[in-house]
Write a protein that binds this ligand. Structure first.
Ligand SMILES: Cc1cc2nc3c(=O)[nH]c(=O)nc-3n(C[C@H](O)[C@H](O)[C@H](O)COP(=O)(O)OP(=O)(O)OC[C@H]3O[C@@H](n4cnc5c(N)ncnc54)[C@H](O)[C@@H]3O)c2cc1C
Length: 410
């Protein structure tokens, strides 16, 4: 058991892989191109690091590798992750199922991982950007720009994807995977804001409101989410928008038509109850202005915007608003439609969808093409929803790949 193992990439997945491989007795070297490991972890969860979620299932993952989730989590899932971090001395705070370090600081997660790497005598080489990798008779040769490469019994590729390249993951891992013969599923930014064509987004910029956002591709409803929507001067953002963004990005890549219907009163229900709600409101506010009619339903800025879109003057008497314009206004509350022109770039995205084709990977995350090469984290064609799912994939895949590379896969 053990061997001489290289981990390429000192992010969440790479550090976890290195710790588990070293704990199995391997001699481990981590190559990290930045001047320190774990840079991205510091910016996660708005600096608080939402590192996992108690509500976990394969449904929370997308991409060709989503089928790997169950097998990997059966070996190292949320429970094992909690035990792992608690074992490193980190207390955990559970906020309605969303898990954070109790310190409220993402740096705690990084610190405990760094201390463990040290304790296990893992060699961490920073400012070491791996540029070449090749399998040969003496093992797998890795070169970080020096005159000669070094050979290892096993290598774990954990270079991340392309999201937030300022933290080090700029897609170079895909180039390394391709050197070994692997295929890359086209990548797009995910968990990102959407850029919309409508001018009214700019007018609503700054508003945050509860809403249900439903994504339509070529007129067909594809997915939806409910939560706090944020209006920006270029479009829409916020967690529910992030959750639907990868589907939007792939559809736009295929030049399909992408729209989002925004229900600004998702709690209103539908059918007869909704009809009764509007009828009662028109009746009770008949003597008031249209502005007074909409006041209290949603954020005032949005309410006035909807009046304008329905061609109703704010000072108009509610009773004087024609039936067709009443219906138009009601429909706008339930389905304000925006046309998606683009998805924010990798620079602003939290995750990269696409990546190394998981059909070429075993359940132990070993390459089917080159034995003793393993993959962990976002480099694979698998991306999770917002809510701790992407880091959980990094911990789980890191632990499984690390143990398997050290010969303790089962
Ligand atoms: C702003 C932001 C907030 C986020 N918040 C959350 C959150 O709260 N919860 C959650 O679950 N997820 C969150 N995520 C997503 C999560 O951080 C990532 O999915 C996760 O960190 C991926 O881990 P990784 O180790 O696979 O890749 P990375 O963290 O990207 O690590 C890859 C590492 O490899 C290094 N590297 C790349 N190429 C080479 C090379 N050739 N040689 C040497 N080193 C190389 C990089 O420098 C980098 O350090 C967030 C992401 C962002 C950008």
């Amino acid at each position: 058991m053990g061997g001489n193992i290289a981990v390429i990439g000192g992010g969440a997945a790479g550090m976890t892989a290195a710790i588990h491989a070293a704990a199995c007795g391997a001699r481990v070297t981590v190559y990290e191109r930045n001047d320190r490991v774990g840079k991205k972890i510091l910016s996660t969860g708005n600096g608080r690091c939402n590192f996992s979620n108690e509500r976990m299932s394969a449904d929370c993952y997308r991409g060709g590798g989503a089928g790997l989730v169950d097998a990997v989590y059966a070996r190292f899932g949320v429970r094992e992750t909690k035990e792992f971090f608690q074992g490193l001395g980190m207390r955990i705070r559970d906020r309605d199922g969303y898990l954070y370090p109790a310190s409220g600081q993402a740096s705690t997660v990084l610190d405990v991982l760094r201390y463990e790497l040290e304790r296990l005598s893992v060699e961490v080489r920073t400012c070491a950007q791996v540029q070449e990798i090749a399998a040969g008779p003496d093992g797998i040769a890795v070169s970080a720009g020096g005159p000669a490469g070094e050979s290892y019994d096993a290598v774990i590729l954990a270079c991340g994807g392309q999201a937030a390249p300022a933290t080090g993951s700029d897609g170079q891992g895909f180039v390394l995977a391709q050197m070994l013969g692997h295929h890359i599923v086209p990548t797009v930014p995910a968990l990102a804001a959407l850029r919309c064509g409508e001018d009214f987004c700019r007018r609503a910029a700054g508003v945050r409101c509860e809403a249900r956002v439903a994504l339509y591709i070529d007129g067909q409803a594809v997915c939806a989410d409910t939560g706090e929507l944020q209006w920006t001067d270029y479009g829409i953002s916020g967690i529910p928008v992030f959750q639907i963004s990868r589907e939007a990005a792939y559809a736009l890549r295929e030049r399909r038509s992408v729209t989002v219907r925004i229900d600004l009163v998702p709690d209103l229900g539908g059918g007869a109850a909704e009809r009764a709600f509007w009828e009662k409101r028109w009746e009770s506010k008949a003597g008031q202005t249209a502005e007074q009619f909409v006041t209290g339903l949603v954020n005032k800025k949005l309410a006035l915007l909807l009046l304008r879109l329905a061609d109703i003057g704010a000072a108009e008497r509610a009773a004087a608003v024609s039936l067709s314009r009443r219906r138009r206004l009601e429909k706008l509350f339930r389905g304000l439609t925006v046309t998606v022109r683009g998805v924010n770039s990798f620079e602003q995205a939290q995750v990269c969808a696409g990546g190394v084709d998981c059909a070429e990977i075993t359940e132990l995350l070993e390459s089917r093409l080159v034995p003793h090469v393993y993959f962990a984290g976002e480099i694979l064609d698998i991306d999770g929803l917002c809510g701790g799912y992407n880091l959980q994939w990094a911990w789980s895949s890191g632990a499984v790949a690390g143990r398997a590379a050290a010969g303790q896969g089962e």
